[in-house]
Design a protein around this ligand. Sequence first.
Ligand code: AKG
Length: 288
Amino acid sequence: MDPRSLDYLLTEEEYRAFREDGYFLMKDALPPNLVQRYLEITREVVEEYKRVHNVPMDRYFGVIDFIGQRDELLNLVDWYRTLPKIWGILGPDIKLYHTVGMQTPPTTKYKLEEHREWVNWHTYTGNLTRDIQESIEPPRISMKVGYVLTDTLEPGMSNFTCLPGSHRSRVFPGKDRKRLIEDAVQVCAPAGSAIFFDRRLWHTPSLNVSDQTRYMIFNGYSYRWLANRDDMTVSHFMHRATPIQRQLLGFSHHGAYGSSNSFDDDLPLKFWIREHAPQFVERWPEHQ
Ligand SMILES: O=C(O)CCC(=O)C(=O)O
């Protein structure tokens, strides 16, 4: 693990915002050279996919199972500025379970007031909320980090759009999931920012009426026992991944049995945290 990650540990303020609002914004999560490179990769991969699958070029589109698409994306799996926020919230027994490279071209076809055409309020991996009814609040279980690769400095640039605090609600707190309701926040963020959000947060795609295409990469992390949300095609990374990267890519020395256990040899991240950031350890109970 890059030792510089110790300079980016989850702060109390970030943790408070995450618990209360369901998200927080971190500026300068990626340096400009990486923003540029990841933007180029996202454009290449999405446009290639659109060509091959006859998806209209002007359509808002995300390629899932994105992380294995280019060698340089391995770096993002345990990126030193963002991973400490993820394990700071979820703990050490985690993996990457879903990745998306997203392109949102400007639109002249849709108008801001025609909400039904483009608003789709949703939570993430919503079946967890549907199927686990025993708790009053839906369980968190996973979270996402969205890397902002193009400026979204004013509303209307396809900013990440959410309802702060809505993550505690099983049902959509507004009346209509196809309307951009008044409380919606369009998060304004410069390129290079990362938006960390709870999977339960109600959020929606939003319209790009600017003159530049918006790019984002979304990486979802979950507990290791959750089924992946996409194919996670990463076997070609394993020979050069570090032990912590291998953990995060879902590798276990114990096959499928490992994911619902916490064998020490599967959890190098846990031992790294114990050694370097022991103040976090008591947040996560040992297996009973
Ligand atoms: O592209 C966006 O801003 C929305 C992304 C989204 O809906 C998601 O990650 O689930």
